[in-house]
Design a protein around this ligand. Structure first.
Ligand SMILES: Nc1nc2c(ncn2[C@@H]2O[C@H](COP(=O)(O)OP(=O)(O)OP(=O)(O)O)[C@@H](O)[C@H]2O)c(=O)[nH]1
Ligand SMILES: [Mg+2]
Length: 65
């Protein structure tokens, strides 16, 4: 007997963080993606984004933030 492989599903989430200058948006992102916090205040002009993937049972969960 051979096993039929289980279907893998991919869930994709796109999250947008908006807020005033210097309110911690970049740090929320780096804490989530690398578990890092930066004390320096380096302002971003424009858009910054990161992706993170998790494997949960047979499903892939992908975040684009
Ligand atoms: N104490 C403390 N400081 C924080 C926290 N989050 C961010 N900061 C500080 O606030 C400053 C600005 O944080 P950023 O994450 O760069 O803020 P931002 O919203 O990305 O700023 P812009 O890119 O200029 O829009 C930095 O000096 C951080 O270290 C927090 O939860 N606690
Ligand atoms: Mg920023």
């Amino acid at each position: 007997m051979f096993k039929i492989p289980k279907l893998t599903q991919t869930f994709k989430f796109k999250i947008i963080i908006v807020g005033d200058l210097g309110t911690g948006k970049s740090n929320i992102l780096s804490r989530f993606s690398h578990n890092k916090f930066c004390l320096l205040n380096q302002s971003n002009v424009g858009i910054e984004f990161r992706t993170k993937e998790y494997q949960i049972d047979n499903s892939k969960v992908k975040f684009v933030i």
